[in-house]
Design a protein around this ligand. Structure first.
Ligand code: HEC
Length: 204
């Protein structure tokens, strides 16, 4: 069941993605999945809440403008952290700023994200002993019309725990970030947004 849903989300894009390659760019500092422990949704929620201040402080050491925003207060559209297979198999949540939150809950009826909409996706891993460790912050920002036709004006970014910007569309390591949009193209009917599996996504 769950496997089927996942392949639906990743329709047609997984095979070519660098995320499935041996050296996974979504995964520059992750614990290997063998040492990962499967935990309950409740436990994942508790770990995330406890880790949140640390995540915020770690990302904020960096230079990306979004890390200065108080994304910890943005609306969380998933009912608990879930394993984002396509983002290094880390636990993640999807948070929307005020502009994005107006439309993100439309789920697959969403047609267009307004300019200024930002979705932040902080992540973490859990080791075999059940201890959480910070993962990267993934960001999608809708820039003004015409900013970058190649990504439908989305600016993708990945911030490592510690603040370093691993890559940003039209910024540092822009070429290394192409794979983000190449996979998100699979969701072009919803302005390149994949949301989350239905069982985790909150429509309001
Ligand atoms: C192989 C496909 C794939 C790749 C590569 C990928 N993503 Fe995603 N992305 C998804 C899927 C599927 C979801 C929704 C489910 C989930 O979170 O796993 C998603 C969700 C997101 C979200 C939440 C917004 C939304 O609803 O789509 C953000 C932000 C995001 N990705 C950023 C990135 C960034 C930044 C990169 C590159 C570093 C990236 N993604 C690479 C497939 C991908």
């Amino acid at each position: 069941m769950r496997g089927e849903k996942k392949s639906e989300l990743n329709d047609g894009s997984g095979a070519a993605s660098p995320c499935t390659a041996a050296r996974n760019p979504c995964n520059p500092c992750a614990a290997g999945s063998k040492s990962r422990r499967k935990i309950s949704d409740e436990e994942a929620g508790r770990l995330f809440a406890a880790l949140l201040p640390e995540l915020r402080a770690l990302y904020a050491k960096g230079a990306h403008p979004a890390v200065r925003l108080d994304w910890t207060r943005w609306k969380n559209f998933v009912r608990s952290p879930y394993i984002a297979e396509t983002h290094g198999e880390r636990y993640a949540v999807n948070l929307a700023n005020e502009v994005a939150a107006r439309v993100y809950g439309k789920f697959r009826n969403l047609k267009e994200m307004p300019v200024g909409g930002v979705i932040a996706k902080p992540s973490f891993t859990v080791d075999a002993a059940g201890r959480p460790a910070p993962g990267p912050l993934y960001i999608m920002e809708k820039m003004p019309k015409g900013w970058n036709p190649g990504t439908a004006d989305w600016r993708y970014a990945m911030i490592l725990p510690g603040g370093q910007t691993w890559g940003m569309t039209k910024g540092v390591n822009s070429a290394g970030m192409k794979f983000c949009h190449e996979c998100h193209v699979g969701a072009k009917d919803n302005d390149y947004l994949f949301f989350a599996e239905e069982e985790y996504f909150r429509r309001k």
